[in-house]
Design a protein around this ligand. Structure first.
Ligand code: COA
Length: 259
């Protein structure tokens, strides 16, 4: 892991590759850059990939802003600190919400948008928010039972559950509370960059309908629904997800030749 100072805060990130385009990947609720392990390992030959640990997550200090749009500003400051101007911005779940806000707020900085297991609105089951506040362990149990697809192997189920449960109390609830009020459904059609939406066919937190919505609203967006995967599609079906991203990045190169 590396760290960079962002507004005086030590922000951890993982990185691979050195060639254009630069791709910034943002994890979801209670997550870290670790959810992009396969993509970091396998896309470094076609892109410079950076995966951030949002403040208060993984190896980063501080705490994430309460609003998704403010978290997008933190990602912009993170990219400034790395000297990355224009990027392909991607995110999973809450990270996908941050990526959408980033694309809406900083269109000149975005070469492409990758939306993984996310939606343009992310309302959260009230029962889930209540449980996370009253009984954190049970709340995480419910969250992960919905998040991980039925075909995921037990080891993966255990490791994703453990990494989410290990967050300091309040982090997961804070992330989901921010998701609950996130809604760019009426604005997302203004996105004009090449967009890829990927989700698991068995995703119960952000069902395929949410990804198809991107396909209907964002001109030219490609939608990939991966069979046999739940909400953690990039971890549950890493090869399929990475292949879809690789193809998308190859298409970008053909559209916008490097200078
Ligand atoms: N993309 C496309 N359509 C969406 C959408 C999105 N991102 N978000 C909501 N919608 C649709 C819904 O499918 C629904 O359509 P319908 O009326 O045809 O059934 C409509 O918009 C309203 O949905 P919603 O805003 O979610 O409100 P709700 O009161 O119907 O449902 C929940 C609230 C929490 C029950 C529901 O959002 C849900 O089951 N969410 C998934 C579980 C969860 O907690 N996910 C966490 C996400 S981080």
């Amino acid at each position: 892991m590396r760290t960079v100072s962002v507004n005086g805060l030590a922000v951890a990130y993982a990185a691979s590759g050195a060639r254009a385009p630069a791709v910034c990947l943002v994890h979801g609720t209670g997550g870290s850059s670790a959810v992009w392990a396969h993509q970091l390992e396998n896309l470094g030959d076609v892109a410079q990939v950076v995966a951030v640990d949002l403040p208060g997550h993984g190896g980063s200090g501080g705490s994430i802003p309460k609003r998704i749009e403010d978290a997008a500003a933190v990602v912009a400051a993170f990219l400034d600190a790395l000297g990355l101007g224009r990027v392909v911005i991607g995110g999973h779940s809450m990270g996908g919400a941050i990526a959408q806000h980033f694309a809406l707020a900083y269109p000149d900085r975005v070469q492409g948008l990758i939306l993984v297991g996310t939606g343009a609105r992310l309302r959260v089951l009230p029962r889930l928010l209540e449980l996370l506040a009253s009984d954190y362990a049970q709340g995480v149990d419910l969250l992960m039972s919905l998040a991980i697809g039925p075909e995921a192997p037990d080891e993966l189920r255990t490791s994703l559950h453990r990494s989410t449960a290990n967050n300091p109390p309040g982090v997961v609830l804070g992330d989901l509370t921010a998701c609950d009020v996130f809604d760019v459904m009426s604005r997302i059609a203004t996105v004009q960059v090449p967009t890829l939406a990927i989700c698991g066919a068995q995703d119960r937190l952000t069902p395929p309908k949410y990804s198809r919505f991107f396909g209907e609203r964002i001109a030219g967006a490609r939608v990939v629904v991966v069979p046999g995967a739940g909400h953690y599609v990039q971890v549950e079906k890493p090869r399929e997800t990475t292949a879809a991203i690789r193809e998308f990045l190859g298409g970008l190169e053909r559209r916008t030749p490097r200078e």
